[in-house]
Design a protein around this ligand. Sequence first.
Ligand SMILES: C[S@@+](CC[C@H](N)C(=O)[O-])C[C@H]1O[C@@H](n2cnc3c(N)ncnc32)[C@H](O)[C@@H]1O
Length: 261
Amino acid sequence: MSNPYTFGDSERAENRLWQLAELYAPSSRAFLESVRALLGRAPSLACDLGCGPGYTTRLVHEVSGAAETLGLDASERFLGHAAGGVGVRFSVHDVTRTPFPCPPAGLIYVRFLLTHLTERPRVLRDWTAQLAPGGLLALEELDTMIGSVPALRRYYSIVEAMQRAHGQDLHVGRALPALAREAGVEVVRDQVARMTLPGHRMAMLHYLNIQTWRSDAFVSSHYSAVQLDALEAELRELAERPDPAVSVDYHMRQMVLAARA
Ligand SMILES: C[S@@+](CC[C@H](N)C(=O)[O-])C[C@H]1O[C@@H](n2cnc3c(N)ncnc32)[C@H](O)[C@@H]1O
C-alpha cells in the first residue's frame, strides 16, 4: 500500500471502529438517505472504500437498497472479521489503485479514508472514473473538531501533526471543495453536518487510538513517553467518567461528486 495507515488493524483498532460506527451511524444514515434520493433509484452495485470490518458497508447496503454492495479494504485482517450477508461481500484491495475488482458502481461511499491518503486529487478523479453512468461518489470527512477540554485539544493537535508528517490531512473535509476543483470532477452536493458529540465517547475512541499510533516514528521522535503517557491517562479518565460538560464540536463535510460529463 502506497500510503501508511497509522491507525492499525489490531483487535483494539477493530474495537475502535465498532465504537466509531455506532457514534456516526445516525449522521451517516441521514446523509446516505439524501444520496439515495439524489440517485433516484437503487444502484445495482454500491462500493464502500476503506470499509474496515464492514460496519459502513452494511449501512450503505441497507440505506441505498443496492442489489449488491462490495466493501474494499487493504486490511486482510479487518475483512477476515467482516460479516457479509445477502448481497454484501468484501474484497482486499488498495483503493488508491484502479480499476477496482468489480464493474462500474452506481454508488461509491467513502468515510474517514481520504484523510489517510496522500494523492488526493488523483484518487478522487480515479474513483469517479469507477462510477457507472449517473453514478455518485459520496464522501464524509472531518472538517473541524474542537474539544471542550485541553486533553482532547492536545490529542487533536498531535494527530494533526502526525498526519501532516505523513503527507495526510486530518481536516481533509475542509479541503474537499478545492480538491474536487483540482480533480476536475462535478460537485453535486456540498454540506457540513454539525454535531455535538459526547466527550466520553470521543475520549474512548482516542484512548484506543493513541495506544496504536504512539509508536509511530514521527510521534515517538517529537513527543516524550511522559507526555504521551499523561495524555493516554487523561483520555482514559475522560472515557471512564461521562461528564455532560465535556463534548466535541464536530463538523463533518459531506460531499457528493460525479464524473464530468
Ligand atoms: C478510519 S478507518 C474507516 C473505516 C470505515 N470507512 C468507517 O468509517 O468506519 C479507515 C479504513 O481504511 C482502510 N485503508 C486505509 N488505506 C487504504 C487503502 N489504500 N486501500 C484500502 N483501504 C485502506 C483501513 O484499513 C481502514 O479500515
